[in-house]
Structure formats: structure tokens, C-alpha cells
Design a protein around this ligand. Sequence first.
Ligand SMILES: NC(=O)c1ccc[n+]([C@@H]2O[C@H](COP(=O)([O-])OP(=O)(O)OC[C@H]3O[C@@H](n4cnc5c(N)ncnc54)[C@H](OP(=O)(O)O)[C@@H]3O)[C@@H](O)[C@H]2O)c1
Length: 283
Amino acid sequence: MADGRRTVLVTGATSGIGREAARQLARLGAHVVLGVRDPDRGEEVAREIRGSGGSAEVLPIDLASFESVRRAASRFAETHASLDVLVNNAGVAVRQRELTADGHERTWQTTFLGGYLLTRLLLPALRRGSRPRVVNVSSDAHPTGRIDWNDLELEHGYGGYQAYANSKLAQILFTRELARREPWLSVAALHPGAIATRIWREVPLIPLRMMILAVLWIIGGRIHNAARGADPVVRLASDPALDGVTGRYFKRFRETSPSKAAQDDATAARLWDYAERETGLAG
Ligand SMILES: NC(=O)c1ccc[n+]([C@@H]2O[C@H](COP(=O)([O-])OP(=O)(O)OC[C@H]3O[C@@H](n4cnc5c(N)ncnc54)[C@H](OP(=O)(O)O)[C@@H]3O)[C@@H](O)[C@H]2O)c1
């Protein structure tokens, strides 16, 4: 980090890419806020970071609960004057369709709506930050995604991979619209690569897992470990060369165009309004 101790909030920092990104950002000198749904496991990561001379704290947050996201954002605002970087990393792939207490499909709420709400609530803190950034960890699964206004949350014909791809497409559209609305902010979405993590643990069938990893391998070129997956996230969160770069999509380190559907400004604007209503931010 070029300019002193930056405050970086990483969601889903208990495992995989999020945990590695938090470690790396702390090594670069950031104060890392670990947004986690299991505070005990979060404390383990925080202790490890502090043990290596870094600075970290735990912020309990369940992205699948609007109430929890609101509580976390309030707690953050009470204890921090500003936020420099928000990394929306938490995500799930859920095999069977499940509804959250808020009545949304779990993958959709955890990966898209929860991150949307958190980002919106933290905009005032980001506005007070230095060179503020938002990094949305999306995926090259997004071209399979669909925004079907008649069945946004797959009530009819649910498939775990489809739900995952839909939420990843929504994250990129959100990135696009956020960049358009908030030009003072630098916001990016990325595909971190095909990474061996726990994300596929809810897909219990070995052949199906193998198939998904094979698809990711074909898309991403090769399968990396979590530390390699964190590298491009850390770069987007910290590289001063990216100051002022906003609304873009990266495949690991390379800026590239996302799918045509992910570049649809009308859908991005409509999705923003929809998310605003669903998360209780409208009116
Ligand atoms: N692995 C890949 O090949 C790949 C490829 C493209 C994109 N991605 C994206 O990378 C991101 C990180 O995934 P990963 O591969 O590192 O998987 P992971 O190891 O399963 O990590 C996911 C993280 O999200 C957290 N999380 C899940 N549900 C949550 C909730 N309701 N509230 C708060 N946190 C929650 C998990 O917490 P717990 O530890 O409590 O479960 C965990 O820390 C995801 O957005 C994923 O879609 C991954």
C-alpha cells in the first residue's frame, strides 16, 4: 500500500480467496477488517495476521441476512471514520434451492443482494476514504448467467450452477451501474481464476465437482491455489496504477470485456432499482 495504513474490509475472510487476500493486504500494511459469518473462525485469522505483525479485526456479518448486513455496517460506521477499500468476496454455490429469512434464494442474496446492500450502506465511509475502491469478486461463470425478470431467483427450474452464474452476472452489472453513479469511486469486478477452494463443497457429487473444475480449468487456463486466487484481488485493491480506473472487468490481471449481457446498461440500471427496493433502501 503506497499511502500509509489503509482500511480494507474483506467479506468472506474465513477461507479461500478472502482469507488469503486479507493476509496479503495486511502484509502490505493495510488494517484489515474481516467480514465473517463465524466470528470464532474470523478471530483465528485475525490472530494469525496480528501474530505476523499485521493489523486486523473481526466484523461479524451474514451476507444472507439484510438485518445482519445493516448491523455490520452500523458497527463499522461507529468504530471507523472512513473506509478505503471494500472487497465483496463472500459467495456460495448452493445445490438445492433454499430461501433465506428475507425470502430470497440463498446464492442470490449472499453473493449479490447482500454485497449490494453492504456497499450502499458503506458509501458514506468510502467517500471519506483515501483513493476509495470497491472490488467485486465475480467469475467467468457469468456468461452462463441470465437476468430473467420473470424468474430472477429461479423458482422454476433451479440449478445450483445457474443460480451461481446469475449472481455473478448481477455482480458485474452492479459494478457497471455503481461506477456510472459514483464517479468519485473506483470499482472493479474480476474473475480470480479457477481456484481450488471450499466453494464447491455444497456440490457433493464427485463427478459433478470434477466437471465444474474442468470447466473452470478450461475457462481459467489452469487451477490455482487460494493464494494465487487472491493475487489479482489484492492488485485491484491496492495498485496505485489503477487509480481512476472504474467500471471494468478483469480476468485475473488482464482487463477484458465481460459477456454482452454484462454490458447491458438498461439491465444494470433496472437491477440497481430492483436491488434498492428488495434491500429496503428505496423510499
Ligand atoms: N474458487 C473458484 O474457482 C472461484 C472462481 C471464480 C470466482 N470465485 C469467487 O471467489 C469468492 C470467494 O470464494 P472461494 O473460492 O474463496 O470460496 P470459499 O473458500 O468457500 O470462501 C467463501 C467465503 O464466503 C463466506 N460466506 C459464505 N456465505 C456467507 C454468508 N452468508 N455471509 C458471510 N460470508 C459468507 C464463507 O464463509 P464460511 O467460511 O463461514 O463458509 C467463506 O469465507 C466467491 O465470491 C466465489 O464465487 C471463486
